[in-house]
Design a protein around this ligand. Structure first.
Ligand code: 5RP
Length: 294
């Protein structure tokens, strides 16, 4: 056992070195508490402030979507390449190994299936269960301009209130109705409403014109959904343009798990998001990895 006096003699207070008081790198997040920042750091990679979220929550209204019929076989092998997984609690409990220690973004709204009016959602998770599952964030669909717009906004604000109580960020997912124009004007409106009403970050769709005005006018980080399956190079171009215009990454599903080579594709997406690779450089990576896996 060390002698009391000799232990005290070893103290070094580094009086000439100012204490490090880093500014938290995520846009609009400085005023958040430690638990929020810690959870967000489990979504956005601390080295780049960006994220490759793997979105596999489609089944909550679509059932067994192509590529997600057997999550154990098609998605679990991709997990080492994702910064975060976005999924439902059903898939999480039944299929995702609890040894996955990166962030889980929990699908927390739902109700109607693809056969019904989609904007008619309710909150679908109790915050206690989200805590039990140790999630990094809760995701809720917001239907700006939709038939049940106010209800879906209210779902988000209620989740923000309970999330704030426990330090759990809420991801506002802008859902564009099939009859709505997907342009920058709409995306500015929808993303800004989510941020103003408390979302810690917002998911939206990339638009070809003026996407930089969408990221500029949203005071919290934006990630883009991938949308319908595109040829791999086009999907990489979309991800690259989004991050170069201020997006903090992607929340991509079909363009990864419906790719001919999902593991190669997610690694190529990482190149664009985290290493600022050009889409063409990332596509080379995709092709090389795809060919190796054949
Ligand atoms: C479903 C979602 C999906 O997670 C989102 O659309 C991302 O997936 P994809 O890249 O396939 O569009 O929120 O409502």
């Amino acid at each position: 056992m060390a002698e009391k006096e000799s232990v005290q003699d070893t103290h070094n207070y580094y009086v000439d070195i100012p204490m490090n008081s880093e500014i938290f790198q995520l846009r609009g997040s400085n005023a958040l508490e430690w638990g929020f920042k810690n959870r967000l750091s489990n979504i956005f990679h601390p080295a780049t402030g960006r994220t490759v979220m793997l979105a596999i929550d489609h089944g909550y209204f679509l059932g067994p979507t192509a590529g997600l019929e057997r999550v154990d076989l098609t998605i679990v092998p991709l997990l080492p390449h994702a910064d975060t997984l976005m999924c439902t609690r059903g898939i999480l409990r039944s299929t995702i190994p609890p040894t996955f220690t990166k962030g889980i973004v929990l699908r927390s709204s739902g109700g109607p299936s693809i056969l019904k009016e989609l904007s008619d959602e309710e909150i679908a998770v109790d915050v206690e269960d989200a805590i039990r599952l140790n999630v990094a964030a809760m995701a809720v669909q917001v239907f700006i301009g939709g038939e049940h717009e106010t209800k879906s906004v209210h779902n988000m604000t209620r989740l923000v209130d309970v999330g704030n109580r426990y330090g759990i960020p809420v991801l506002g997912v802008t859902a564009v109705g099939k009859d709505m124009v997907r342009d920058a004007k709409y995306m500015r409106l929808a993303t800004r409403i989510c941020a103003e009403l408390g979302a810690a970050y917002v998911k939206t769709y990339y638009v070809d014109e003026e996407f930089d005005t969408v990221t500029a006018s949203c005071p919290v980080p934006i990630v883009i959904a991938g949308g319908k399956k595109l040829p791999e190079l086009d999907a990489l171009k979309m991800a690259g343009s989004a991050v170069q215009q201020g997006a903090a990454g992607v929340d991509m599903g079909r363009n990864i798990f419906q790719s001919e080579a999902p593991a190669a594709m997610i690694q190529a997406v990482r190149k664009v998001v985290h290493d600022n690779a050009t889409p063409e450089e990332a596509y080379d990576v995709y092709q090389t990895l795809r060919n190796k896996s054949k």
